[in-house]
Design a protein around this ligand. Structure first.
Ligand SMILES: [Zn+2]
Length: 388
């Protein structure tokens, strides 16, 4: 076991391991303590940051984990690996690395993709002064969800039955779109984007606002999980405008064949048994970071999703829905300590970040490779500015 040791068993363990790894790497460490929420053991919930390299670096690699709570098990492990394996020991000229650990510490600690207000932080970056439309079909889906604070196999079977009927009527794409595009009308639902910027979004704004005026570029690497598209590679979601120079730049780092929309769509759909593009998205964090950073810095990069083996399409859809409903349940009940809570917590852990050592080893091997590619890309970006 070489890499699997970087995976933690809880938010608290992940936080401690991140801070130790950052200290050993010689990073400058900062911390944003959650103003209202505590971990299940009453300890602090916080977003921790680690800075390596010159403060006025031309390019900053902004590497984020845990925007979606338990996806932080993967992102945290990748960050701790990068801090430990020598990747950041001798940074290229003009490049700094800023690690943001557990952006959604509540969700990480309580095993929910959503935050303390049941908000999906990667749908929270919309302009709340204007009306943001909820997909029309979401209303129908919401009507058949179980009560927000209840979950058991009977309730889950009922939802599957109702959703299957709606899928026959509307098609798989429309259902997926309604569930994951982001909705702004049902605070107790699935994929809720909120009604105001959440605390974690405020933290990210502070972090971006704190960048040096001499910094011109942000290389954005936001670790997520868990797409079931086969274990061969991660799924790369570049949120730059397709065809733009910044999109092309990201392709240059991570591989055209990986970032190209068509191949991403293929991977995305591989296990879902359908054709076509990915669903629409509202309020993506990278777009918010772009807005905050402009005009001082431009941003290239995106989300990189840890992946796992394909399942049969129906099983895969059920696993995805179960993970979302369990997230909603934990966001509302915070019950991770009762016998039932511990059982559902363990089940959710496998859905977001498997504990199989072979999976962890392989995934972190790929993550190391992606981080190295990002470093090379950032170095080239900095060199372009020197030669211009
Ligand atoms: Zn995610």
């Amino acid at each position: 076991m070489i890499r699997a040791k970087y995976f933690s068993d809880s938010y608290q363990d992940a936080r401690a391991a991140f801070v130790v790894a950052a200290e050993r790497a010689g990073a400058e460490i900062d911390c944003y303590i959650h103003p209202t929420e505590k971990a299940p053991d009453d300890s602090v919930l916080a977003v921790d940051t680690a800075w390596l390299g010159p403060q006025d670096a031309d390019v900053v690699i902004l590497c984020v984990s845990g925007a979606h709570g338990p996806e932080g098990f993967c992102g945290s492990a990748a960050q701790i690996q990068s801090l430990t394996d020598g990747s950041v020991a001798d940074l290229p000229k003009g490049v700094a690395v800023l690690m943001v650990h557990a952006l959604n510490p509540f969700g990480f600690a309580y095993m929910t993709r959503y935050n303390e207000n049941n908000v999906d932080l990667n749908r929270n970056w919309v302009d709340f002064n204007t009306q943001v439309d909820t997909p029309a079909l979401y209303e129908k889906l919401h009507a058949v969800l179980p009560p927000k604070d209840q979950f058991n196999d009977t309730l889950f079977s009922d939802v599957i039955g109702s959703f299957s009927n709606l899928m026959l009527e509307h098609g798989g794409y429309e259902i997926e779109n309604a569930l994951s595009a982001g909705q702004y009308s049902h605070p107790t639902g699935i994929g809720y984007g909120g009604s105001k910027p959440e605390w974690s979004s405020w933290v990210m704004k502070q972090i971006v606002a704190g960048l040096d005026a001499k910094t011109r570029h942000i290389a954005y690497l936001d670790w997520h999980s868990l797409v079931r598209s086969g274990m061969d590679d991660m799924v790369y979601l570049c949120f730059n405008l397709p065809g733009s120079a910044l999109f092309e730049r990201c392709k240059g780092w991570w591989g055209a064949e990986n970032v190209d929309l068509k191949s991403v769509d293929q991977k995305w759909n591989a296990g879902l048994g359908r054709e076509g593009g990915r669903p629409a998205r509202n309020g993506i964090m990278m777009w918010g970071v772009q807005q905050c950073a402009a005009p001082n810095q431009d941003v290239s990069g995106g989300v990189v999703e840890f992946t796992d083996e394909l399942m049969e399409p129906m099983r895969q859809k059920m696993a995805n829905l179960r993970a979302m409903l369990l997230s909603r349940y934990f966001a509302h009940t915070r019950d991770v300590l009762s016998a039932k809570g511990r059982m559902l917590y363990a089940e959710s852990r496998e859905l977001w970040s498997p504990t199989r050592v072979d999976w962890q080893e392989k995934s972190l091997n790929t993550a190391q490779n992606i981080f190295e590619k990002t470093l090379i890309g950032a170095s080239e970006w900095a060199n372009e500015d020197v030669s211009n």
